[in-house]
Design a protein around this ligand. Structure first.
Ligand code: SLL
Length: 170
């Protein structure tokens, strides 16, 4: 295999989390009564123009991503969670915000090194005043799910020709 010198190809992604407040019932039946939120952290494709297309699998990044490892706060059991197939996401419950380390490993054909990105897990909504204050749970519950997402591009310089084929033929 040979590298295609001088060529750069990129794939747009979004990464981040959504979070919802647990209902009193959910908290009761939870293994840890301290947990206040359920959240999902994910790496997704930003390439799909509509949700309708994503149903058809256009959102599936596994044609070039082999593994997404989410490294959680040390308060979690087995904090490194490996996701080896689409969808590259993880759902957990908890009580606090923290930095999630996201390590993306590419398929072997790529010859590319893994990359690491960071996402600050966001559980609490912004208050109307913009104060850095955490609103009470009942208030947060009425405000609905919290979303925190970032756009990024995975960039491949001088890609191997076979990997370039995989990327472009998809
Ligand atoms: C804080 N820096 O002190 C943060 C850490 C850790 C959150 C937050 C789960 C704990 C468990 C959990 O929500 N950890 O399952 O025991 O606020």
């Amino acid at each position: 295999r040979v590298r295609v010198r001088g060529l750069t190809i990129y794939r747009p992604i979004i990464y981040g989390n959504t979070a919802t407040v647990l209902t009193p019932k959910e908290r009761e039946s939870s293994s840890n009564p301290d947990h206040t939120h359920r959240w999902t952290v994910a790496v997704r494709s930003a390439a799909s123009p509509s949700d309708a297309d994503q149903v058809g699998g256009a959102d599936d990044l596994s044609y070039f991503i082999k593994r997404v490892a989410f490294k959680l706060h040390d308060t979690y059991p087995n904090p490194t969670r490996n996701i080896d197939k689409h969808p590259f996401e993880l759902t957990e419950t908890g009580w606090g915000e923290f930095e999630i380390q996201i390590r993306i490993t590419f398929i072997a054909e790529s010859g590319e090194k893994a990359i690491t990105i960071y996402h600050h897990l966001k559980l609490h909504p912004w208050t109307a005043s913009g104060e850095p204050e955490i609103p009470p749970l009942e208030v947060a519950m009425k405000m609905g799910p919290v979303h925190s997402w970032q756009y990024d591009e995975v960039v491949f310089n001088d890609p191997y020709n076979n990997f370039l084929n995989i990327l472009t033929m998809h």
